[in-house]
Design a protein around this ligand. Structure first.
Ligand code: ZN
Length: 204
């Protein structure tokens, strides 16, 4: 992902590239109105993002919008990730924290954003996959990817307030509710995991 590290980078680029790719795949004319409809955003918002992405070299915008080679690469990466996610996320007994670390699915997310995304989405790291709703799984993955993306090139990782919410905050209080954070090495990967027992309570 490093090649897209640029001050102009916006996390929505991925979403737009994916949408353009899929519209194209489905044989639709790729016009701004249709992107707006698919993404449920306003036309001025699409127009603005199209300008930024064109400047970034991800698309060429005429009446129809086409992906450049770089845009296509990005779209294919994102599409592959999402499709893999949907296929791989099927072992109901696997711990969700472990699933997020799986390289086939979450290339590059790593343990930090695993912990942080689980916190943001309020999910117990030990929850069996089968107990986590599909839309929550997707949100977890997208949250982690967004956190990762927005921290590219930063010296200090920020996901919550001015730092991290749970990762590495040994025996400290939860930033949201004040409850003492817990940590344990968990899952088949045996990675240290931090979580708030209240905000991320097991679903019974
Ligand atoms: Zn909490």
């Amino acid at each position: 992902m490093a090649e897209y590290e640029s001050p102009e980078w916006h996390p929505a680029f991925e979403e737009y590239c994916e949408t353009i790719f899929e519209l194209n795949e489905d044989d639709f004319d790729v016009i701004q109105a249709r992107i707006a409809e698919r993404l449920d955003v306003s036309r001025p918002a699409v127009s603005e993002m199209v300008k930024r992405m064109e400047a970034e070299g991800l698309i060429e915008a005429g009446r129809q919008i086409t992906l450049t080679e770089a845009g296509r690469d990005l779209a294919e990466t994102v599409v592959r990730r999402h499709r893999l996610a949907e296929r791989f996320l099927t072992d109901p007994g696997a711990e969700i924290g472990d699933v997020l670390l799986d390289q086939r699915l979450a290339a590059g997310i790593g343990n930090v954003y695993k912990c942080e995304a689980l916190f943001v989405c309020g999910v117990d790291p030990h929850a069996p996959l089968g107990s986590v709703a599909p839309e929550t799984r997707r949100r977890l993955y997208e949250t982690a990817a967004l956190q990762l993306q927005s921290n590219l090139g930063r010296d200090r990782r920020v996901t919550f307030g001015d730092g991290l919410a749970v990762y590495g905050r040994h025996r400290q209080g939860c930033r949201a509710c004040g409850t003492g954070l817990r940590s344990a090495s968990s899952g088949v990967h045996g990675r240290q995991t931090w979580w708030c027992p209240k905000c991320q309570a097991p679903v019974v």
